[in-house]
Design a protein around this ligand. Structure first.
Ligand code: HAM
Length: 421
């Protein structure tokens, strides 16, 4: 038997109802916040991510899927990858389509699959889905507050409880350099005690040491006093405004000096939403500012910010999972060839009248077909027999009342609502 690729999953009933439910809710909330949908391709050129996420970031270094032709006798000229995240593609699309010249400020959202070649475990897949938003063209601290407010509103509406919001400020690019230097100094003499990954990060991506999950590294880090002195005046003020804004909305958060995020493009505010039910992969969403990314990708200076929720992880922490589609209203059973032909006419009329209906296509015995109707929890069953059809009638069974009556075939087709509502 063929198996799905490790770290990917099929989504069907009843979980699919969760996906449908959150998409409907998300679209409504996002449009209330002024976000427009954007759909970018699943494949992009590798350089986009090398440039934006940083060549030393784990996503670029270890987790990108390179797309190759299955059979090719020539060397691939293009280096195409499956997108590992949505921010860089949105910025690429924004610049490539000259949207920066048409609009001062844009708000985009996307819902779609992302791909990372990670070792699969609970909450960590190789194909997963982001609900992401990107707001481009504003440096306002209040936009950061609005993003966190939006993330919270989405989660509450999806039925997530017990999450925690952590925030931090990395400062502008100058501050980030100062911060890196501060960590470098603080760790001098302790490098040998760090895990091997962190010893590498010390040389290539020092900020990432701060969110290493290794217990020993964490202990060393807890002993460091990092403070917020690395932030310039403007960035300090910006961060104060973010905190005040959250306070004024009664949004609970914790300042986490060790929160740095794994992607290079972040500046100033960063945030992560975690849930203790998830174990080691505890982030259900994350985001922050990326004020330099648009310029780094060849555009004008345009501050921006956004976040993405990991929908598989959201699903894992949603408390009440009793999602269900509206059950079918009517089940039609045709006993005999002629009846089955008429069955299709009835079905068309019901559906055109917005009455959901299905039929017995397995040509089971009446008893078995009724059992199926019962399992489907339909309100009505229509039974057609070839002999009764000759008289132009059918049987209509009301499953809730347990009653049955004769109805004219043409009357039912012409006016189903009179009999079935
Ligand atoms: P990220 O933190 O890499 O950020 O991903 C966002 C969320 O996606 C994570 O918090 C997690 O819930 C989920 N996630 C990440 N990797 C996996 C995985 N392998 N399996 C399942 N879920 C996963 C970004 O990608 C940024 N683009 C977010 C952003 C938007 N920042 C600004 N704008």
């Amino acid at each position: 038997m063929y198996k799905s690729v490790r770290g990917t999953k099929d989504i069907f009933c009843p979980e699919i109802f969760f996906w449908q439910d959150i998409e409907i809710k998300a679209r409504k909330i996002l449009s209330n916040y002024g976000y427009e949908e954007i759909r970018t391709p699943l494949i992009e050129n590798i350089e986009l991510f090398n440039r934006s996420l940083g060549s030393a970031s784990e996503v670029v270094n270890k987790q990108m899927f390179l797309v190759k032709r299955a059979v090719s006798d020539t060397e691939e000229k293009e280096h195409i990858v499956l997108r590992p995240e949505g921010t860089a593609p949105v910025v690429r699309a924004y610049l490539e389509n000259n949207l920066d010249k048409k609009k001062d400020f844009v708000k985009f959202f996307y819902i779609g699959a992302m791909f990372r070649a990670e070792r699969p475990q609970k909450g960590r897949l190789r194909q997963f889905h982001h609900l992401g938003v990107e707001a481009i063209g504003s440096a306002s601290s209040y936009l950061d507050v609005e993003l966190i407010m939006l993330a919270e509103e989405l989660l509450i509406n999806f039925g997530v409880e017990g999450y925690k919001i952590n925030i931090n400020s990395l400062g502008c690019s100058q501050d980030k350099k100062k911060f890196a230097l501060l960590i470098k100094k603080a760790l001098e003499g302790k490098i040998k005690d760090l895990c091997l990954d962190c010893q590498k990060r010390y040389k290539t991506n020092i900020l990432r040491i701060l969110d290493c999950k290794n217990k020993n590294c964490q202990q060393i880090l807890r002993g460091l006093n990092l403070g917020k002195d690395y932030l310039c005046k403007d960035c300090q003020l910006h961060f104060e405004e973010v905190k005040e804004g959250l306070d004024s909305l009664n949004i609970g958060y914790e300042v986490s000096p060790f929160l740095v995020r794994g992607l290079d493009y972040y500046t100033r505010t960063v945030f992560e939403i975690t849930h203790s039910d998830l174990g080691s992969q505890d982030a259900i969403g994350a985001g922050g500012r990326y004020d330099n990314l648009i310029e780094e990708l060849g555009g004008p200076p345009k501050p921006a910010a956004g976040f993405a929720l990991g929908l598989e992880r959201v699903f894992l922490v949603v408390k009440h999972k009793d999602f269900s589609l509206n059950p079918l209203q009517v089940f039609v059973i045709g006993l005999g060839k002629e009846s089955q032909k008429q069955m299709l006419k009835i079905l068309r009329s019901l559906r055109q009248n917005n009455i959901s209906a299905d039929a017995d296509y397995q040509e089971k015995s009446l008893k078995a077909a009724l059992r199926r109707a019962d399992a489907l929890k339909v309100k009505f069953v229509i039974i057609l027999g070839d002999l009764e059809l000759k008289k132009g009638i059918l049987q209509l069974k009301d499953m809730q009342k347990g009653t049955q009556k004769e109805v004219g075939l043409e009357e039912l087709i012409n006016n189903p609502k009179e009999f079935l509502c």
